[in-house]
Design a protein around this ligand. Structure first.
Ligand SMILES: Cc1cc2nc3c(=O)[nH]c(=O)nc-3n(C[C@H](O)[C@H](O)[C@H](O)COP(=O)(O)OP(=O)(O)OC[C@H]3O[C@@H](n4cnc5c(N)ncnc54)[C@H](O)[C@@H]3O)c2cc1C
Length: 372
């Protein structure tokens, strides 16, 4: 059988594309190599700007029911400074990836997408009007259109992000859940600490999510000074350098284990190549400092599905750039301001004088509040 679309990866990008195409009547194959549910390195915050696509995917109501409380204030924790925007607005909510990804995948299947999992796409080749995807169980699937939504951190083969020589500035990512923390209600602070950045947010089931990125050289120094496993050294480094995290998590308990990945690959990559469309992180990845990657993944698939259904797939690469490139560039600027001491202190002084800049920064990253 020939599918109209074969989608590689059932993360937020892949499952939302699968759902939207399947409900438009396309015959869709969704191929995922991991066993779900699975946790993932991610802060889990989803911007309110993503709600229209979640509605189109039929999961807006269950998402709100399962997610953590509304994030009503953005803020910054850096050194001894703890700043929060004074105005309350509805910026979004967080939901663990073990729940969100299952919800989106099931929505795709409910709309008629055929799920192949756990199985990995190992090769893709063109044959006349078809694209043939080889799976690691020895079978193959034939499709008119292939959409690569395979993420960027462990993509292999033809989808691998070109690797660079190891560098001191490589970023490694860590994530954990905590219970019993003291993060103020509704607050999502950006963490700016020496050699890295991160975020805290209330997520589902009363948990607090801590996620961060840390430079290779800072990680090595933290391990040398704090000992223990990499994640323990990272947590000790953040607690020691960032009073707000000490206040929020000092008496909290770690739930489950720390997850890690890296180096990560922020940047803009091709969105179309030899008949294959790219969406989500593999097309373009923002520094996680803006907590917009899931939203961009879902929104970019919403854009791709809309254009494919309208027979305007050839405009996707250009439209993608218009919608997402400015956010990726803004994220890069914020990440570098956060990680370096002189710019971090200068930025804090400016934000302290003009706290409204916190909301402006959130908007530049692509967030837009709805009234709280
Ligand atoms: C520290 C950190 C914090 C973050 N915090 C946030 C946040 O708070 N909010 C936010 O919006 N974003 C955040 N992000 C970014 C977010 O996690 C990613 O942008 C998002 O996961 C991208 O979704 P995706 O669907 O493109 O890729 P993924 O979520 O990586 O999904 C890709 C899927 O494809 C599958 N796959 C890969 N290759 C194959 C193959 N060959 N065959 C079959 N299946 C395959 C994988 O198993 C995976 O399930 C954060 C990232 C980091 C590092």
């Amino acid at each position: 059988m020939r599918y109209d679309a074969l989608i590689i990866g059932a993360g937020p990008a892949g499952s939302s594309a699968a759902r939207l195409l399947a409900q438009a009547g396309w015959r869709v194959a969704l191929v995922e190599k991991a066993e779900f549910p699975r946790r993932k390195v991610c802060g889990e915050f989803i911007s309110a700007t993503t709600m229209p696509v979640l509605k189109d995917c039929g999961i807006a109501v269950p998402f709100i029911a399962a997610a953590g409380p509304l994030v009503t204030r953005v803020g910054v924790y850096a050194g001894k400074t703890m700043l929060a925007a004074s105005r309350e607005q509805a910026w979004g909510r967080a939901l663990g990836r073990e729940h969100l990804d299952v919800m989106l995948r099931d929505a795709a299947v409910a709309a008629g997408a055929e799920l192949f999992a756990p199985v990995e796409v190992t090769a893709v080749r063109r044959e006349a009007e078809s694209i043939i995807c080889t799976l690691d169980d020895g079978s193959s699937l034939d499709a008119r259109t292939v959409i690569a939504a395979c993420g960027s951190w462990n993509a292999k083969g033809m989808f691998a992000v070109p690797s660079k020589a190891a560098s001191a500035s490589d970023l490694f990512a860590f994530k954990a859940h905590f219970s019993g923390g003291a993060l103020p209600a509704g607050l999502m602070p950006l963490l700016a600490f020496p050699g890295g950045y991160g975020g805290l947010v209330h997520t589902d089931a009363g948990r607090t999510s801590l996620s961060c990125c840390i430079r290779r050289d800072t990680l090595a120094a933290a391990r040398a000074s704090h000992g223990g496993k990499a994640a323990e050294a990272v947590l000790a480094h953040i607690m020691e350098t960032t009073s707000g995290v000490q206040a929020a998590l000092g008496d909290a308990s770690l739930q489950g284990n720390f997850l890690s990945t890296g180096p990560i690959h922020p940047g803009i990559r091709p969105r179309f190549d030899n008949g294959i469309y790219f969406t989500g992180n593999i097309a373009g990845e923002a520094h996680p400092v803006i907590a917009e990657g899931i939203s961009m993944a879902i929104q970019s698939s919403g854009l791709l599905a809309r254009l494919l259904i309208a027979h305007r797939g050839e405009t996707y690469a250009k439209e993608w750039k218009k919608h997402f490139a400015p956010r990726i560039r803004a994220a890069s600027v914020f990440a570098h301001l956060a990680m370096r001491a002189p710019t971090r202190f200068a930025s804090l002084a400016v934000i302290r004088a003009m706290p409204g800049l916190l909301g402006l920064g959130a908007r530049l990253s692509g967030k837009a509040p709805i009234s709280a």
